[in-house]
Design a protein around this ligand. Structure first.
Ligand code: ADP
Length: 501
């Protein structure tokens, strides 16, 4: 076996073949420079594997492959029923390889296996199937103007699309981007995050097996500042779709300006959860927990700022603390009972610890966690679920995205104040509202500056429903029918039917 593949045995005993190359033109190849990146198991800090990392030269090759495929009649003129079948077959292959993909995701990222298998892989399969369903339903309109003229629109693909994804949901974020891009006929160069390079390469083997023409889907690894920047600034890339931090999103927007690329950005958040005095306490507590502690708190929509009406504040805080101590079982991500695994990298782990120090020094009250969790194996990037109360609006931990199992709680007096403080942020991704009063629920939902609002829940997401943010949480929408807009050009065609005007 060449060094483009390595046989691995995961901690759960699963054996599989891990590709190590860049997946370009349906083949795994080495990077021109020979540079690699090494993936670390965040549970015990051991090396899993090293994979080839793209530099600008490799990005050029991948983009050229995608351009050639875009022009090739086998893809460009493919009957849309056949395109639907191809995507459906891809989803079925993912389903057949579900255990292996979930294993890789957990090993590389640290998220519990039950989450990878049940949540992430369901999301991936549903998303690809959902967009397979759209493939033969992409059409424009006839616009009646006058008998002398016929005007109609067609939805055409944008061309070569660069996609840059993060490490918190590697396969799911790939699916959110590949599904709509492919069902509308684009070709893709997708770059995975350097922290989690493995699952995307395994997906490459399934792209080939499904029968996509070479060059339609190219999957690469590489550092953001090198491979990511080369993709975002490439003159032959028509669009860049990005999910990641707000700072990097701004950088990508600047790079994309070089040829006025179409951009879709899904960035950070500091999403509020408002609990009114009439809310169902048990529901509010349960969803507040999931809303911030799920996926080790590494969720862009995490409801990381909890605002509670002063009359129920003490009751909420003590119930929430109690619930977290029971439900947030920290442990080996391959163990069945684990709710929370390690943070993805040492950098993220240290970042969260620094926010803990900041919270303490600014005078917030630490009522749970606030330190590394060392009881799993003495190693790894585990953090004890952390709750700060009596947090003030000017504190760093109230304003900045922490991206960990870390929540701040504060109280409010009136609905007006709650809405104002919920909106007092540069972000606008999600928001949760807990109340039994349906009028208030809808009223507040409308007034909150966010792309998504959950009434009496938190962090619902569904492939059929648009997802995205306002303000500095992003531009554009993914998922649902709205997600198709991000990958199509609505071309207008005017036909003169006579010699009149
Ligand atoms: P984090 O800060 O959590 O690592 P980032 O937003 O920096 O998240 O990373 C998300 C994705 O963006 C990754 O695939 C990363 O490689 C990529 N990336 C980072 N910096 C750049 C950049 N300057 N240009 C293009 N892509 C980048």
């Amino acid at each position: 076996m060449s060094d483009l593949f390595v046989e691995l045995t995961a901690p759960n005993g699963r054996k599989y073949t891990q590709p190590r190359g860049l997946f370009i033109n349906n083949e795994f190849v080495k990077s021109k420079s020979g540079e690699t990146i090494t993936s670390i198991n965040p549970s015990d800090e051991t090396e899993i594997a090293s994979v080839y990392a793209a530099g600008p030269e490799d990005v050029d090759i991948a983009v050229a492959a995608a351009r050639k495929a875009f022009k090739d009649p086998s893809w460009r003129d493919m009957d849309t029923n056949a395109r639907a079948d191809l995507l459906w077959k891809f989803a079925e292959l993912i389903e057949q390889h579900r255990e292996t993909l979930a294993t890789i995701e957990t090993w590389d990222n640290g998220k519990p296996y039950s989450v990878s298998y049940n949540d992430d892989l369901s999301e991936v399969i549903n998303c690809i199937k959902y967009y397979a369903g759209w493939a033969n339903k992409i059409h424009g309109q006839v616009i009646d103007t006058s008998p002398a003229k016929l005007a109609y629109t067609i939805l055409e693909p944008l061309g070569v699309v660069g996609q840059i994804i993060p490490w918190n949901f590697p396969l799911a974020m790939a699916a959110w981007k590949l599904g709509p891009a492919l069902c509308t006929g684009n070709t893709v160069v997708l770059k995975a995050a350097e922290q989690t390079p493995l699952s995307i390469l395994y997906l490459g083997t399934l792209v080939k097996e499904a029968g996509f023409p070479p060059g339609v889907v190219n999957l690469i690894n590489g550092e953001g500042r090198k491979a990511g920047a080369a993709l975002a600034s490439h003159l032959d890339v028509d669009k860049v779709a990005f999910t990641g931090s707000t700072a990097t999103g701004k950088e990508i927007m600047k790079l994309a300006a070089v040829n006025m690329k179409n951009v879709t950005l899904e960035t950070g958040g500091k999403s509020p959860l408002l609990m009114f005095e009439d809310a169902d306490l048990d529901q509010a507590v349960k969803w507040s927990h999931v809303g911030i502690m799920y996926n080790q708190g590494q969720v862009c929509t995490a409801t990381s700022r909890i605002l509670v009406h002063e009359s129920v504040y003490d009751k909420f805080v003590s119930s929430f603390k109690d619930y977290v101590s029971k439900a947030s079982v920290v442990g080996d991500p391959f163990a069945d009972e684990t709710f929370q695994g390690p943070q993805v990298t040492k950098t993220q782990y240290e970042r969260i610890l620094s926010y803990i120090e900041s919270g303490k020094s600014e005078g917030a009250e630490l009522i749970a966690g606030g330190k590394p969790y060392k009881d799993v194996n003495g190693k790894g990037f585990f953090i004890a679920p952390t709750i700060f109360t009596n947090v003030k609006d000017n504190m760093k931990i109230y304003r900045e995205e922490v991206f960990g199992p870390f929540v701040v709680i504060s109280s409010f007096k009136t609905e007006e104040e709650a809405v104002e403080r919920a909106n007092d942020t540069t972000y606008g991704l999600g928001a949760a509202v807990f109340t039994q009063d349906i009028t208030r629920g809808h009223r507040v939902a409308r007034r909150i500056e966010a792309g998504m609002v959950w009434i009496n829940s938190s962090n619902d997401s569904d492939v059929r429903v648009p997802f995205g943010g306002v303000k500095q949480s992003g531009i554009g929408r993914e998922l649902g029918e709205a997600g198709l807009e991000a990958y199509t050009n609505r071309k207008a065609i005017h036909v003169n039917l006579g010699n009149r005007l």
